[in-house]
Design a protein around this ligand. Sequence first.
Ligand code: HSE
Length: 405
Amino acid sequence: MKVAVLGYGTVGSGVVEVLESHCEVIKKRTGGDVLEVSRILDLRDFPGDSHAAIFTKNFNDILKDDEIKVVAETMGGVNPAYEFTEKLLAAGKSVVTSNKELVAQKGLQLLNTAKEHNTNYLFEASVGGGIPIIRPMAQCLAGNNIEGIAGILNGTTNFILTKMIEENMSFSDALALAQKNGYAEKDPTADIEGHDACRKVCILASLAFGKHVYPSQVQTQGIKDITLQDVAYAASANGVIKLLGQIKYIDENSIAAFVSPAVVFAGSQLASVRDVFNAILVRGDAVGDVCFYGRGAGKLPTASAVVADMVDCAKHIDRRKIFGWGAGDSDYVVDYKQVLPMQFYVRAKMSQSEVLALFSDVKFLSRKGQPSDETAFITDKMTENELMQKLSGKVVYSTIKVAEY
Ligand code: HSE
C-alpha cells in the first residue's frame, strides 16, 4: 500500500525511517501489506537525502494520487495542515497525525469530515509522543466513568525542571540543552508557557468526556517563574515541581481543565517521572488509577505512535473506526479557581505568626540560605480565589498548586 508523509522535520523523517527499518514487522501486522512511502511533501530541500526521488513541493501530487491511501501529517501548526487534512479526508484517504495543535483546534471538524467520507483520522502521537494513551482511553477504559486525569505532558519542561531539581542548572541552560536534543517545539515558548501541554489537555478532555475542549477554555500557566528557591523548598518536604495538565469531572455538563506547575510529593506515580519522560495518570471509577509512562517527545518515540496509526488505518482501509467526540460549549469548562479546593505551596515575605493568623493548618518548609523574612509553607485545602483573598496585600513571591495524585 502506498503512503505519504507531509512534513520531513524531526517527526516526519522519523516516520519514514521507522516505516523503512521496520517494513518486515509492519507487513506482518497489516496482514501482508508493506507501507511504501511513495511521496514526502516539504517545501525545504534536503540535499544528499536518499529520498530525493519522492520529495515533492506540490500537495496535489499526494491528493490526486489514488494509490496513496494513508497519509501521515507531521507538519505541525494549524495552517496549511488543516486545509490539507480536510482535502485528504474528503478524498477518502485516511490521515494520521502527531499535530496536537491541529487536533486541539480543529479535531471536531476533522473527525466530522472523516465520518462523512467514511475514512479515519487518528492521532495517537498527538499526546504523550510514543506513549499509548489515545487508544487505551478510547477503548481499554471504555467501561469507566473518568473522574480525573493528571499528566506530565511536555517533555521539554520536564527535562528543564529535572535539570533544575537534580543539577541546580539554570533555566536557560536547561532549555538550550532541550533544544539541542530536539525535544522543544520550533518556538519553545509553546513548551515553556504551557501551550503544548494545554493542547494535549484539550485532546484528553475531549476524548474522556466526549465534548470538544478548545485551548482558549483551558487556563494555562507555564514554568518560567519557577525558581531554584521554590525547587529547594519543595525538596525539603520530599516534593518536586512538575508542569501538570489536570482535568476533573464535575458533572454531566461541566469539567475543570487547567495547566500549571504543581508540587508533587514522593509516593505519587508522577513524582519519579524525570527527564524528557511523560506520564499520564487516569482515574476511572471502575479501574482506579492507571498510569501511562514513556518517552513523550523525540523523533523515533513519536514516529512509533504515528506508524502504529498508519498500520491501524491500513488494516481498516474500508471501514471507519468509531472514534471521536461531539461539540462542546462555552460554559462547559468551569473556572477551577472558583470551585476546586486544593492545597497550595506559598513563598512570601511573611513571618510564621502572620501566616498562622491567616491559615489554620499549615506545614512550614525550609531551605539552605533562607532569608529571615521569607516563609514558605503548604496550606490546607481551599480554592485559589480564597487563597488569593487571604494573601491580598502581602508580598508573595510564588504560589504553586499541590497535586492530589
Ligand atoms: N515539544 C514537545 C515536548 C514535543 O517537549 O513534549 C512533543 O509534543
